[in-house]
Design a binder for this molecule. Structure first.
Ligand code: FMN
Length: 363
């Protein structure tokens, strides 16, 4: 028998990684392998975390940081802190209330949540549950533009305030760990928001990758069409090359997310924090640059902001917390990271996010 979801935070959960053993004990092997797997040899998965460890803080003393805070504004919306919840598929694999529990936890900490296209709860129902800032919707482009637009219209109608179009996984990664574990979606867990959408018959050609999968993958022109047909700001997620970052702004994107999909798609891509400085320099303030991948400490958030990120998103840490302790866990995970960020800011002499810069790191 697996232990039940916790209804109080254990005393030994003092950092977000402390949730991992509690989550492991509550998830079956199938859900666990889906959550933890990276692509191929998991070099990028590991490096996302290691790269933060390689970067050292400088540390400053005796500076006046009274009245400090972690507030920011994005697209006209105020946020209490820059720690957002990344889109993660299939929350009901991890907790019976799925995305509803996540939204409740995010609301308690006034955190921004980005709902995945592959959510296991209708996007309208998750929006209705949100008690914090309005949510953002992550869009996987569908083979037919009309299907993508129908998701966009539903997100607009339910009050989502931005679209995050993920472009780095047109072919799902070679996730060997997941293959070895024989992952399958259990009955009752599905991408319910895609249920009414028709899928075209697959094109059969010489190569499954080039003819079938990439044959229906989006191109820059498709993203541009979405941008011109929605009033919502659009962020492009999965950017690692400075050229792509600039192109995103050229076609009218409002922002980008520097991401390698948590090391799940193409192994040996760089750690996101290593890719960030060049991208931030290339886009030169044209719009917000978010980053995700490997954030496990408030000091990681600080380092990302110091190297040019406007805000960050976390993936696995809040899912571990969700699996362990539901909405309470998600809220506690966010609070832990925010408090660590505040400590790091205070001990670096930064009272506001805008005070954080490269000179606060020992590069
Ligand atoms: C189990 C799992 C499912 C994910 N599903 C999605 C998804 O549906 N859409 C998406 O854009 N990214 C997805 N991601 C990637 C996350 O949005 C994010 O980029 C990544 O988890 C950040 O790395 P971290 O887990 O180290 O924080 C998923 C990640 C994980 C671990």
């Amino acid at each position: 028998m697996r232990p039940q979801v916790l209804n109080a935070i254990p005393r030994d959960v003092v950092a977000v990684r402390d949730y991992e053993p509690y989550a492991r004990a509550r998830l079956d092997d199938n859900a666990w392998v889906y959550l933890t797997a990276g692509a191929a040899d998991e070099i990028t998965l590991k490096d996302n975390i290691d790269a933060f460890v390689r970067i050292k803080l400088k540390g400053r003393v005796l500076k006046d940081v009274r009245g400090g805070h972690t507030r920011l504004e994005l697209f006209g919306q105020a946020y209490a802190h820059p720690i957002f919840l990344a889109p993660v598929a299939y929350h009901r694999l991890f907790h019976p209330d799925g995305e509803l529990a996540t939204a409740m936890g995010a609301g308690a900490m006034a955190a921004n949540m980005v709902l995945s296209t592959l959510a296991t709860t209708r996007l309208e129902d998750v929006a209705a549950q949100a008690s914090g800032p309005p949510l953002w919707f992550q869009l996987y482009m569908q083979p037919e533009l009309t299907a993508s637009l129908s998701l966009v219209r539903r997100a607009e109608a339910s009050g989502y305030k931005a679209l995050v179009i993920t472009v780095d996984a047109p072919v799902s990664g070679v996730r060997n760990a997941e293959q070895r574990g024989g992952f399958t979606l259990p009955g009752g867990v599905s991408a319910v928001n895609l249920e009414d959408l028709t899928q075209p018959a697959p094109v059969v050609g010489q190569s499954v990758v080039f003819d079938t999968l990439m044959g229906r993958a989006p191109l820059w022109t498709d993203i541009e069409r979405i941008i011109t047909q929605t009033r919502l700001p659009v962020l492009i997620k999965g950017v690692l090359a400075p050229e792509d970052a600039c192109r995103a702004f050229d076609i009218g994107a409002a922002g980008i997310v520097v991401s390698n999909h948590g090391g799940r798609v193409l192994d040996t891509l760089p750690a996101t924090i290593d890719a960030l400085p060049e991208i931030a320099e290339a886009v030169d303030g044209r719009g917000p640059v978010l980053l995700d991948g490997g954030i496990r400490r408030g000091s990681d958030v600080f380092k990302a902001l110091a190297l040019g990120a406007t805000a960050v998103m976390i993936g696995r840490p809040y899912i571990h917390a969700l699996a362990a302790a539901g909405a309470l866990g998600v809220a506690h995970c966010l609070r832990t990271l925010r408090e660590e960020l505040e400590v790091c800011m205070a001990l670096s002499g930064c009272a506001r996010l805008s005070d954080i810069g490269r000179s606060d790191l020992r590069l």
